[in-house]
Design a protein around this ligand. Structure first.
Ligand SMILES: [Zn+2]
Length: 234
């Protein structure tokens, strides 16, 4: 397993608010310190997570929590697509939006859920983003303007479905405090579960098994591309 490097423009796709923090919050904070421009895109606002709070109220609350958490990590650029929580599917308008977004933002690196995530919205997010990256790279789909743009690196993050064979470990030891502080902005999610304890344990486990660091985030290598031969790479 290798240690990762940084990239200038980074896009993070989160199926729900808090997936970004859990899956790659430490890496986000590290990239911010290294000078990267980072945008986080939330596909849903996590509005289905209650039987008592209305969907509109919960969506508003979770978006506020996501904004506060992103600020803790040092990210001010966010976008909420407000697609239906629990009902993500592959459909043309989603692919058009994601492809257009990738072409407009021109990210060098993308973070997304890995390909064996057991949560349906996470798996569909993986499939949507991978297909949007493929579409973004070529001279086609004029409805997805501008274009084309080829993403150099795409990394799959893990939440509660650990990656069986991670290909990359990023040292987040210096950023673990920030990651947990960001996670604790998601108060509505921590009421019933100690996600802060769970993710600390996962990141510690990854560090013990893969390195001499204190905490690591591990990733699935989805795409790693030599950038010098890529005419679409600035
Ligand atoms: Zn999620």
């Amino acid at each position: 397993m290798v240690q990762g490097t940084t990239a200038n423009r980074i896009l993070v796709f989160a199926p729900h608010p808090d997936d970004d923090v859990l899956g790659c919050g430490g890496s986000i904070a590290r990239h911010v310190e290294e000078g990267a421009q980072i945008k986080i895109v939330y596909l849903t606002s996590g509005e289905s997570g209650s039987l008592t709070v209305s969907k509109a109220e919960l969506a508003g609350l979770r978006e506020k929590e996501a904004l506060a958490a992103a600020r803790v990590l040092g990210v001010n650029d966010t976008e909420f697509l407000r697609w239906p929580d629990g009902y993500l599917t592959i459909k043309p308008e989603y692919l058009i939006k994601l492809t257009s977004l990738i072409r407009a933002e021109k990210p060098h690196r993308i973070y997304l859920p890995h390909s064996q995530d057991l949560v349906p919205d996470h798996l569909v997010t993986h499939q949507l983003v991978v297909e949007a990256m493929r579409r973004s790279a070529g001279p086609w789909f004029q409805e997805c303007s501008p274009g084309p743009w080829s993403v150099a690196t795409a990394l799959g993050y893990e939440i509660w479905s650990p990656i069986l064979n991670p290909g990359l470990a990023l040292d987040i030891s210096s950023f673990m405090d920030k990651k947990i502080a960001a996670l604790r902005e998601h108060r509505s999610q921590l009421e019933g579960f100690r996600y802060d304890d769970a993710i600390t344990a996962l990141n510690r486990y990854r560090a013990v098994m893969n390195s001499s660091y204190m905490y690591c985030e591990c990733f699935q290598l989805i795409k790693i591309q030599a950038v010098t031969d890529n005419p679409a790479y600035e």
